[in-house]
Write a protein that binds this ligand. Structure first.
Ligand code: SF4
Length: 304
């Protein structure tokens, strides 16, 4: 083995370990998978969903609990959709799968006037079909491939355009109340997923087949975050750590904290607030992030 190949192997192994460890940590921290679960893994053919399936298959092999996986792709009949790609890939993997064919593309084209954005109807239709499929398959969980950076982007979208401090939850009950949806890649960085997907040579299906433009606001936020990441290394990590470290009493939402019941305790508290000046900025504790304690996280991965 040449030095270059050895170095490449080493860095691939490190990357794979990190993705598996971060996924295991999210699964454990949010109680995403239980013994006996049948997990429907939504596979779009993009880098994120391939990485999700690949990592869940690994965890299924090493986990001390038993759970089933079934990959589901929704063929929305977009022009040029390469129908053979996913079945070939999934057969080669030997994983259970279903391709659901529903022509949502024609419905969307028919209902939405030319030039208007089609994504909201398209995703509503897709959601409904995936819920129906999960029910038909008897799936106890639906797994989606959203990652840490999707969650951060969504938080800024809501902050800048929606007037809400709200991101994408790692685990939730679906809007029809019938399904538990999980996002096992919640702690994984998009750049790791992109590198992993490239190294694994996943057969990527382009995501612009419908002809719709990517949401402009999301695009702008992505560009802003990328710039921050280049100019101020560590800022994105700090933001994500902050999302796991919320202090409702120091925000302004009276439904989260009972400000009316605040009374003086009469006891000094060294960690208490300074009432007259803004407190000094604490040193960012990015250690709470998923990559801070590799040994601990690896153990978590093993038991996930
Ligand atoms: S980009 Fe295309 S496929 Fe994706 S949600 Fe929008 S309309 Fe649907």
């Amino acid at each position: 083995m040449t030095a270059v190949t050895a170095e490449k192997d080493y860095s691939f192994n490190k990357l794979q370990k990190r993705i598996r460890r971060d996924t295991g940590k999210a699964i454990q921290q949010f109680g995403m998978i239980e013994s006996g679960d049948k997990i429907m893994v939504c596979l779009s053919g993009g880098k994120d969903s391939y990485t999700l399936l690949d990592t869940l298959l690994y965890l299924q092999r090493v986990a001390p609990i038993k759970f089933e996986l079934i990959a589901v792709n929704l063929d929305q009949k977009q022009p040029g959709f390469p129908e053979h790609v996913l079945p070939e890939y999934l057969q080669q993997l030997g994983v259970d799968y279903q391709i659901v064919e529903e022509d949502t593309y024609s419905i969307v084209k028919d209902k939405i006037p030319e030039g208007k954005t089609t994504c909201s109807l398209c995703s509503r239709l897709r959601r409904g079909i995936l819920y129906k499929t999960a029910k038909r398959l008897g799936a106890t969980k639906i797994a989606l491939g959203h990652h840490r950076d999707d969650m951060i982007e969504t938080m800024f979208l809501n902050l800048f355009h929606g007037g809400k401090l709200k991101s994408m939850p790692p685990k939730l009950v679906s809007d029809n109340g019938e399904h538990v949806v999980i996002r096992p890649l919640a702690f994984c960085r998009e750049k790791d997923i992109a590198r992993y997907s490239e190294a694994q040579q996943f057969p990527i299906i382009p995501c612009n087949l419908c002809g719709s433009q990517e949401n402009l606001q999301r695009k702008q936020i992505k560009a802003m975050l990328n710039q921050w990441d280049k100019q101020s290394p560590g800022r994105i990590e700090s933001i994500f750590t902050a999302m796991q470290n919320v202090t409702p009493s120091h925000l302004v939402d009276a439904s989260l904290f009972d400000f009316k019941s605040v009374i003086a305790t009469g006891e000094a508290d060294d960690d208490g607030d300074w009432a007259f000046d803004a407190p000094p900025l604490p040193a960012a504790d990015t250690k709470k992030g998923p990559t801070s304690d590799p040994d601990k996280a690896i153990k978590i991965t093993q038991i996930a």
